[in-house]
Design a protein around this ligand. Structure first.
Ligand SMILES: Nc1ncnc2c1ncn2[C@@H]1O[C@H](COP(=O)(O)OP(=O)(O)OP(=O)(O)O)[C@@H](O)[C@H]1O
Ligand SMILES: [Mg+2]
Length: 243
């Protein structure tokens, strides 16, 4: 279903060095001509090789900054690998960073449409889904208020509900369920479970090790961009705890 062949990914980090406030002012007046610039290449993924097969519930674990979200972005096509290749057989939908795509000046309802179009829905499809999204996220009273006035839990509820109204063959999940209050997490889990049941395969990134032990049929451990384990989820969790 997913083939990762010798995949490496480099981020280019731009540094601007101007050492003092005075220097910054001078640079301003000189149209920044004298700003020292430097570029650094950072390899977030290093020569990864693995495949995910149909029917697998696949987990990716690793410490903060290990490269897990980067890997999901490469699988979903948001990022192109610097080296190597990724093959995906089936429609794919990443449930990642949707809340980051909200326009804070727009209302919740407007953001449903904005994000819905980005997820590939037509206007008619969104009209049909709008009520269900508002009901599930329990935002009836706030749906016409700009998202900038939402609490972070409210934004996450809306983002989660929009994202999970798509039914892709391959589901990619990045720590979506962990936000929100206890009541919503329970509802969100059962919504996820029915999506998972209908999907051909699932790839999750999670720090919830209990979830990985219970849910995953296979797991990989990523450490500093490298694959250090691939196999049984319980062994993967043990490996991770020993890093
Ligand atoms: N756009 C970017 N530009 C430069 N470096 C980045 C960028 N995005 C991520 N990185 C770096 O790449 C590395 C991997 O980041 P990534 O977000 O994939 O980690 P992660 O495993 O998902 O961590 P977490 O558990 O905290 O979510 C980190 O060192 C991070 O600083
Ligand atoms: Mg991450």
């Amino acid at each position: 279903m997913i083939n990762i062949n010798n995949v490496s990914l480099a981020y280019t980090i731009h540094h601007e060095r101007s050492h003092s406030l005075k220097e910054k002012m001078i640079n301003l007046f000189h149209k920044r001509k004298y700003v020292e610039q430097s570029e650094e290449t950072f390899w977030a993924l290093k020569n990864l090789n693995f495949s995910v097969h149909e029917g697998e519930q696949f987990a990716i674990i690793g410490k903060n900054g290990a490269g897990k979200s980067t890997l999901l972005k490469v699988i979903s096509g948001i990022l192109k690998p610097t080296k190597g290749s990724v093959e995906v057989n089936g429609s794919i939908q990443p449930l990642i960073e949707i809340a980051a795509g909200f326009n804070p000046e727009f209302s919740g309802r407007e953001n449903i449409y904005l994000n819905g179009y980005m997820l590939g829905f037509s206007r008619e499809q969104l009209k049909a889904k709008e009520k269900e999204i508002i009901d599930f996220s329990e935002l009836e009273n706030f749906i016409d208020v700009p998202v900038k006035y939402y609490s972070s839990g409210m934004s996450v509820r809306l983002a989660f509900t929009i994202a999970t109204s798509v039914e892709p063959e391959i589901l990619l999940l990045d720590e979506m369920i962990s936000a929100g209050d206890a009541g919503f997490i329970k509802k969100a889990r059962s919504r996820m479970e029915s999506l998972v049941k209908r999907a051909k395969g699932v790839v999750i990134v999670s720090h919830d090790l209990q979830l990985v032990r219970e849910f995953a049929t296979r797991a990989v451990v990523i450490d500093k961009g490298e694959l250090v384990f691939d196999g049984d989820p319980n062994q993967a969790v043990d490996k991770y705890l020993n890093l």
